[in-house]
Design a protein around this ligand. Structure first.
Ligand SMILES: Nc1ncnc2c1ncn2[C@@H]1O[C@H](COP(=O)(O)OP(=O)(O)OP(=O)(O)O)[C@@H](O)[C@H]1O
Length: 294
């Protein structure tokens, strides 16, 4: 039997002493009425819940300490909590608070009633978004990631599965499990999803914030085509395509979107369009006044 309490003591002290948390929390599961299950996470489950005093509907992600320790993911979970607690942006899923008991950690997060963006994409006609929706979504992702970068955070795992949708139809960037604080140093860890891996990560070279710019290019392609640009039958083929930036556009992809994707999917990371450039790109801008539900 693993002694979970000791290993977590240090992590908990570090989180609790973090200036982001001001005073110690008194929250407990008793403060919430648990509602329906929303999904299954790596280390536990996610439920809708209602905070009893305010009536606020939230999502509670329960993580089992034993599972985290068993997978040796203590640092990853700690980092996810620490990073997400600092990020306050309309298109980033807010971590409202957290608490723990002997066996579990509870993350109280903003409720995104629209669920996963991935499901929206697969349910969309032909499995792809219309232009105006793709443009509005990519603006929101670029704005959220720009905010992260300004706060020295690289997300490193941007993909439709890690983006949720609010009741208003706005995107909420989630899952900071792979994200890192990136002060000025460059990094070398290989992570992220195969289809979204940028060339420098495959080559195991040092990389920087522009890995996220690459992923936004892949994401926009997937929004408009219904599958990522370098998808292949095997891993080696996918790698080869990524390294050669070998992609083809179906005829329905508009010129403006092609231009934007090509400016993001550049081999050389320093040539990739800035996120300000994404938000101000003429193809994105022309759709900015289109309503959420259209
Ligand atoms: N705030 C939320 N609002 C609504 N649904 C949510 C929320 N958070 C999570 N979910 C649902 O629960 C599922 C699992 O949550 P989440 O992805 O955060 O877990 P995870 O441990 O990061 O799992 P994985 O890394 O395998 O995706 C999500 O796919 C989503 O459907």
């Amino acid at each position: 039997m693993i002694d979970v309490s000791k290993e977590f003591e240090e992590l908990e002290t570090r989180i609790a002493n973090h200036k982001a948390y001001g005073k110690p929390y008194k929250w407990s599961p008793r403060d919430f009425e648990l509602g329906s299950a929303l999904g299954q996470g790596k280390f536990g489950h996610v439920h809708a819940a209602r905070e009893k005093k305010t009536g606020l509907i939230v999502a509670i992600k329960t993580l089992f300490k034993s599972q985290i320790i068993h997978s040796r993911c203590e640092q990853q979970v700690l980092r996810e909590i620490e990073i997400q607690s600092h990020l306050k942006h309309p298109n980033i899923l807010r971590l409202l608070t957290w608490f723990h008991d002997e066996r579990r950690i509870y993350l109280v997060v903003e409720y995104a009633s629209g669920g996963e963006l991935y499901r929206h994409l697969t349910n969309a006609p032909n499995g792809r978004f219309p232009e105006h929706k793709a443009a509005r979504y990519i603006y929101q992702v670029a704005d959220a990631v720009d905010y992260c970068h300004r706060h020295h955070v690289i997300h490193r795992d941007i993909k439709p599965e890690n983006i949720l949708v609010s009741y208003k139809g706005d995107l909420k960037l989630a899952d900071f499990g792979w994200s890192v604080h990136a002060p000025s140093e460059k990094r070398k860890t290989m992570c992220g999803t195969l289809d979204y891996l940028p060339p420098e990560m495959i080559k195991r070279q040092v990389y920087n914030v522009s890995v996220d710019h690459w992923c936004i290019g892949v994401l926009l392609y997937e929004f408009l085509v219904g599958k990522p640009p370098f998808e292949s039958d095997g891993q080696d083929q996918t790698y080869a395509k990524i390294l050669a930036v070998d992609m083809k556009f179906p005829s329905h992809v508009p010129d403006g979107a092609r231009d934007l994707i090509c400016k993001l999917l550049r081999q050389s990371s320093h040539e990739r369009l800035s996120l300000e450039g994404v938000k101000n790109h003429y193809w994105v801008k022309q759709f900015q006044k289109v309503k959420n539900d259209s």
